[in-house]
Design a protein around this ligand. Structure first.
Ligand code: BGC
Length: 702
């Protein structure tokens, strides 16, 4: 095993004795920098894990301890101590939350901040001071193997959710947003060249990174792929011009692990500050090119100053009474994991049963005697990918366990793993309803790790033929069939959807997932999740994707933007999800029908809970530019609010959208331009916005 000696205490000699102002932090960092030799400075810029035993250790026990970078014993400066995520902390027996895509389906920024807080506490309690798991890559195509690690397809939604996670984490440790940028093909991630025009880059693939930088994220991880011919870890346009100069990012950039840097000179001039997790291209090689004058020492000073500033700053941050191993997977965090799983579940379909005239869900326990639970995934501890994001919780509640416990003694559960379809059909005989759990595991989708059986990009967007036949056979036997889908992103349901009265998307729901699924099935929780990406009818409705691509072009259109442009009808729209109650939209009002270029659009709408039980509604606001000089999407998400309403209650929902958020990126001027023209605002329960007619407004020119 690789031995890494650590400076004692997470913050070593930097541990705060008193709070420092921003100016004092800069002074302290500058003072430390001035005391360092060139070797010491360069040492700040790479991982401390020795290359050879480190590689072996990583193969045997990846991510089981924090990976330090830049420990300086002479000055008592600790390294950054990297741990990973995003569905929890990857070390020891941490809390496993639902995957990020499921959390995206909550649209709940306050909840996501609480997840960040819990992750921050658990990371710090296990000796880390840096969390590398804020993945905010945009989901361009559902076949992307790591789809589950991000929040969805929309830059605004991604930015808000990511910023919330950053807020929570950074109460305790540094947060790293990744993978910068346009990382959304897994199998060729080390070489694919993603070609984008300036508009696609700035309008679609970067806004969420900017949002998290504005929120104060102190670190960015460069992606493995190339953007416009240049590796992201060497990409001066991305790292220096956009991130550090245009956006004023004061933090530091780390490489993705191992192959994130290919060339010493290109990386340092490109703006990459720390090579992880070894000194391979940096270390001695970097020192040599500085000493030979190929690279000015000022570049090293800039990188190290960035790193030191954040170390000094974070050494003062924290809630010390909250750290300790007893916090790891503590009761409070497990309860939170269950709440998040409950809120991530999306009810896709819930038809009425002809005999009763009522929807099939929720299942009334008092009215049933026997319940069939079918499918190998019903009894599987299936919490998602087993790559760098793998969390090892102390236990996992499977759907079967959750359903059995919640059903209680009055209901007999009949389980069949579904491998033999005849046996599954037999199991279903004489039951009052059948729950089928189907979908994916880490074998069909996930990180592409060489020589491992992990999934990588998906081969198919549908269920296996076996599972489709299983669904059809079981539902032919028992029409009260509920299908629970497990997976990291969209699943095509065309061949069987019409015959099934109820469908639930459960994502990979984390360690408490089985309980959360049961909570929704039996109506202890009213589902409120909404899809953070389109579920298409066929792959022809999606942009071109090739898991073998060495080069690919990304443009302005994917997801609901592409659906709108081509007037396609999806199976389930972006932003869609049902509840056990109903919501009615009315009285859409704009405070002004004309605003200035630097003004604000103020919108209000009334939403009424018109059903019989309390529920949460995710109210979405979209804006479309009606007469633009350039090609623009029909509409784009510009706001959302989650509101709890009691039966009969009407809530007034307000949105404020700055006109500058409606700009497009002008490639000739290399700047954002707010057009003086007509726009239309839509508010609704999904991206179909068919609850109310949209309202026009005008932005006045100067
Ligand atoms: C992944 C990163 C991860 C890193 C360290 C890489 O292979 O792409 O997302 O943070 O490993 O675990």
């Amino acid at each position: 095993m690789a031995k890494v000696k650590m400076v004692p205490g997470i913050w070593g000699a930097l541990t705060a004795t008193e709070a420092l102002t921003g100016e004092q932090i800069r002074e302290k960092a500058a003072d430390l920098l001035s005391q360092m030799s060139l070797s010491e400075k360069i040492h700040q810029m790479s991982g401390d894990t020795p290359l050879v035993p480190g590689t072996v250790e990583m193969q045997l026990a990846y991510n089981k301890r924090p990976y330090p970078a830049g420990e300086n014993f002479r000055l008592g400066i600790p390294g950054i101590r990297f741990t990973d995520g995003p569905r929890g902390v990857v070390m020891s027996a941490s809390t496993c939350f639902p995957v990020t895509m499921g959390r995206g389906a909550t649209w709940d920024i306050e909840l996501e901040e609480r997840v960040g807080d819990a992750i921050g506490v658990e990371a710090r309690s296990q000796g880390a001071n840096y969390f590398g798991g804020v993945c905010i890559n945009l989901l361009r195509h559902p076949a992307w193997g790591r789809a589950q690690e991000t929040y969805g397809e929309d830059p605004f939604h991604l930015g808000e959710m990511g910023a919330s996670l950053v807020r929570g984490i950074q109460r305790h440790v540094m947060a790293c947003i990744k993978h910068f940028a346009a990382n959304s093909i897994e199998n060729t991630r080390f070489k694919v060249d993603v070609r984008l025009c300036e508009r696609a880059l700035h309008e679609v693939y970067l806004p969420h990174f900017k949002r998290c930088v504005d929120e104060g994220a102190v670190s960015v991880m460069s992606a493995y792929n190339k953007v416009n011919k240049e590796h992201c870890g060497h990409n001066a346009y991305l790292l220096r011009d956009i991130l550090k100069e245009q956006w004023g990012f004061e933090g530091f950039v780390i490489s993705d692990f191992l192959l994130g840097i290919r060339d010493t000179h290109a990386a340092i001039t490109g703006g990459l500050d720390i090579e992880m997790p070894f000194a391979w291209h940096y270390g001695k090689k970097l020192k040599k090119i500085v000493e030979s004058g190929q690279v000015p020492e000022s570049l090293i000073d800039d990188a190290v100053f960035r790193i030191l500033k954040q170390k000094v700053r974070f050494a003062q941050i924290g809630e010390h009474e909250r750290y300790g191993l007893q916090q790891v997977a503590c009761r409070e965090h497990r309860v939170l994991a269950r709440e998040v799983a409950q809120k991530s579940i999306v009810l896709l379909k819930n038809d009425d049963i002809p005999e009763t005239g009522n929807p099939i869900l929720p299942i009334d326990k008092s009215k049933i005697k026997r319940l069939a639970v079918i499918g190998r995934l019903a009894a599987a501890e299936n919490i998602g990918d087993k790559g760098s994001s793998m969390v090892r919780p102390p236990y996992v509640v499977t759907p079967l366990e959750g359903i059995s416990k919640a059903a209680g003694n009055g209901v007999e559960i009949q389980f069949d793993n579904g491998r033999d379809i005849n046996s599954a059909v037999k199991t279903t005989c004489n039951t009052d309803a059948a729950i089928i759990v189907v979908g994916y595991t880490h074998r069909q989708e996930g990180e592409n790790i060489p020589f491992s059986p992990n999934g990588g990009d998906r081969d198919s967007l549908s269920l296996t033929r076996h599972d489709e036949i299983l669904i059809q056979a079981v539902s032919a036997q028992n029409s009260n069939t509920v299908v629970i889908l497990v997976g990291g992103s969209a699943i095509i349901t065309e061949s069987w959807r019409d015959g099934i009265p109820a469908i639930i998307m459960a994502w990979y729901p984390g360690m408490e997932g089985g309980h959360a699924i049961a909570d929704v099935l039996f109506g202890d929780v009213n589902p409120s999740g909404k899809l953070p990406s389109v579920f298409p009818k066929s792959k022809d409705q999606l942009p071109f994707f090739d898991k073998k691509a060495k080069s690919i072009e990304y443009d302005l259109y994917h997801g609901y933007r592409l659906m709108d442009k081509n007037d396609y009808e999806s199976a389930f729209a972006f932003g869609y999800g049902l509840s056990y109650t109903t919501f009615t939209y009315s009285n859409l009002q704009l405070a002004q029908s004309e605003i200035d270029l630097d003004g604000y659009l103020q919108v209000s709408v009334e939403v009424t809970n018109s059903g019989g039980i309390a529920g949460d509604e995710i109210v979405q606001l979209y804006v479309g530019c009606e007469r633009s000089k350039v090609d623009r999407p029909v509409k784009e998400l510009k706001g959302f609010v989650k509101k709890r309403l009691d039966p009969g209650e009407t809530g007034q929902i307000e949105f404020t959208v700055p006109a500058k958020n409606l700009a497009y990126y002008d490639e000739d001027r290399s700047d954002w331009v707010v057009e003086s023209t007509d726009y239309r605002v839509y508010v609704g329960s999904s991206s179909l916005v068919n609850d109310l007619p949209g309202k026009r407004f005008y932005i006045r020119g100067n």
